[in-house]
Design a protein. Sequence first.
Length: 159
Amino acid sequence: MAKPRYGQRQNSPIIRWVYISAFILTALWLISSIITQKSPTQVLSSFFSIIPNPAEKNRQLFIAEKDSLITVLEEQLAACKGTGGYKRGMVLVDSETMNLRSEASLVSNIVMKIPANAEVDVIYYDTKTYYLKGKPGKWCKIRYAGTEGWAWGNFIEEF
């Protein structure tokens, strides 16, 4: 292989392909600006505007999830509120009393015992479904005789 003379460059084939590709892309860019009768910068900006922006897609998904969550919460709130306050319910248990608990848990403290067939104010139901003796149900926040607490929702029948 001959030694390059002073002032001559010796480019590798990869560099030559890079130059050729850059030349072809620049030519296509300029030709497309002539065909569309737009400036080259307008052609570039319109090209990049058709490429989807992943951040915008994620933002739209977040807004849709947020809107659906708000709708669900509004429906739950509307279901809990009656005309002029809370819904009314009756305690239906096989025993003489039902436990009113401080938290939505079987191991929480018992605040008071509510007699069977007593009327209570239903404040709201917990959003999670639990299983008690194999039957699904939800904890219910209720008020009885001015005291608020939690009771197993399957033992309360709303009217």
